[in-house]
Design a protein around this ligand. Sequence first.
Ligand SMILES: Nc1ncnc2c1ncn2[C@@H]1O[C@H](COP(=O)(O)OP(=O)(O)O)[C@@H](O)[C@H]1O
Ligand SMILES: [Mg+2]
Length: 269
Amino acid sequence: MNIALKNTLPDYDIPAYSPSGNECALFESAWIRQLPLLLKGPTGCGKTRFVAHMAAKLGLPLSTVSCHDDLAAADLTGRYLLKGGDTVWVDGPLTRVVRAGGICYLDEIVEARKDVAVVLHPLTDDRRILPLERTGEVLEAPPGFMLVVSYNPGYQNLLKTLKPSTRQRFVAIEFDFLPRASEIAVVAEESGLDEARVAPLVDLAHRLRALKGQDLEEGVSTRLIAYCASLVDSGLSLRDAVLSSMIEPLTDEPDVKAALIEIADAIIR
Ligand SMILES: Nc1ncnc2c1ncn2[C@@H]1O[C@H](COP(=O)(O)OP(=O)(O)O)[C@@H](O)[C@H]1O
Ligand SMILES: [Mg+2]
């Protein structure tokens, strides 16, 4: 009885993820074949959620590092720290996962400093090693280690693209926003707002995404639509919710903002 119950329990702690193609199968194959994975796509389209979903589904520990422009190789590998008068080596998050197994996910990898690539190269070819210069160790990644990185190729910053020598070490998956019906379903699920009321928000997002590259650097993410739907669900007026979650976050330019409000007013009544 107990065993049967266990086998039929729903996957409570697997974060919900709505696939847009064969990315789940691809992730599993990359995991089985010990290949590093690169996820490309705009902000808020589900990359991080996808990794969390797959890690939980495969029962793997997940260690996520959000990269920023001050993040150096030593922040990933580790460093000597002073502890009560002694100098002790403390593993960084990447080293911990290489030692113990699991998924190390480096989010927005292009933000990190250039020396990070040097650390990733020997880990992402058939050597699968992590040399720790400071301790003299050369760690061999176990079969249960997987490296996943993500970046947003949409930014028009040439300095912030991945070098070919780095990107050609990864199996890559391109992400985009979900098709209309799936995005409506995801936003309804995340926010609690019913699909009929979510639909015009997704339609507005489509109109605003079309402006990307002209007046806007980034389109409205699924995340922002979900925020908007949550505010509406909690009782805020539709117009106030749209303004604060789908327009204000996109621009600081008064002219652009006025134009976006005009578009919103035409779609949302
Ligand atoms: N395919 C999807 N399935 C489920 N939720 C999604 C999906 N895409 C986006 N979301 C929602 O959008 C939010 C932002 O997604 P996230 O994974 O953080 O984006 P990214 O890492 O690409 O910036 C998630 O928290 C989730 O609510
Ligand atoms: Mg992310």
